[in-house]
Structures are given as C-alpha cells and as structure tokens.
Design a protein around this ligand. Structure first.
Ligand SMILES: [Zn+2]
Length: 168
C-alpha cells in the first residue's frame, strides 16, 4: 500500500487533505494520507479496501505492472474478470481502457487468440477424382527417405482410397 501512496503523490497534484473530489470522484484521505474513493458501499460489512478502494491514475508504470500481474496471476483472465478482481482493492481512473490495453498487449493471450491462416487446398488431380475400380489408380504418400522400386511405375496413394478398399 505504501507503493500506491507514492504513485498517488507522483500523479495527483492534491492541494491539501481537505480536497473532496479528484477526477469527478468523491475521495477521502485515510490516516496514512492515502487517497481512497468514497463508494456507495460504505455501510457494507466487508474489507476496508473493498469499501474504500485506493485511487490510482491510469498512466503510471506501477499501475501497468500491477494490472499485468493480476491478469497473469488469474490465468490470463479476461477484461471483465480482471476489472472485477482489481476493483476489490483499487480504483484506477478509466479502468476498462487500462485493462483492455494491458490484456491486448499480453503476448500469451495474443498467441492463443490469434486466428490461423486460412490456407486454400489445391484441387485434387484428375486420377484421384474420376470413377474407377479398386486399385485401378494407386499411390503412396511418403515421408522420409525413399527407395524407389524400378518395377513400380505408379505411386500409391493410400490416403485417397476408402477404408473399405482394405477390407475394414
Ligand atoms: Zn494474458
């Protein structure tokens, strides 16, 4: 919490501790001089941090790091979930914008949400699409070192044959 107080001193130019509004929000100073938001949940039986969350600016490296840590600690939670977790302790000005920015920059999330390239497959050759008897046209798809048997003139394409061709 001491770090948050330093962030506040770095970001907010408060005239004195009698100031009641910052960024349009009702605030109060606790006994340590930390700026807290006066929420409507003052009478709720809950932790002090939940009832009076600590006010933080949107543009500060410590805030970015804290949001990133919460996002990663909770298994790369989405924007709404990360906002909810943050709200239990702190109140960041323009929270949604800040969380959205951090989540969109997360390399792990981008890697798992990226769309794969849509590769168009080439049309099949004519001898694999025409009507034919079993084994009239055959071939083998090979991977790895290959040794050609000179007596075979054709390539076998087992992948193009139906399983019924093998008695399955
Ligand atoms: Zn992530």
């Amino acid at each position: 919490m001491c770090v948050f107080k330093l962030v506040q001193q770095d970001s907010f130019q408060t005239k004195n501790e009698t100031q009641t509004r910052i960024g349009g929000l009702r605030v109060l100073f606790d006994k340590d001089g930390t700026i807290r938001i006066k929420t409507k949940l003052l009478n709720r039986e809950d932790t002090e941090l939940f009832r009076l969350p600590i006010l933080l600016p949107k543009n500060h490296v410590i805030v970015d790091q804290f949001v990133r840590e919460v996002h990663q600690k909770h298994n790369h939670a989405g924007i709404q979930t990360t906002m909810g977790i943050l709200r239990e302790e702190i109140w960041i000005l323009q929270t949604r914008r800040k969380v959205k920015e951090i989540v969109h920059k997360c390399v792990t999330c981008r890697r798992f949400t990226a769309q794969s390239y849509d590769i168009l497959s080439a049309p099949l050759p004519n001898n694999r699409t025409k009507n034919a008897k079993t084994f009239q046209t055959t071939g083998v798809d090979l991977a790895g070192p290959e040794r050609w048997n000179k007596s075979l003139d054709c390539a076998f394409h087992f992948s193009s044959l139906p399983w019924s061709a093998f008695g399955a």
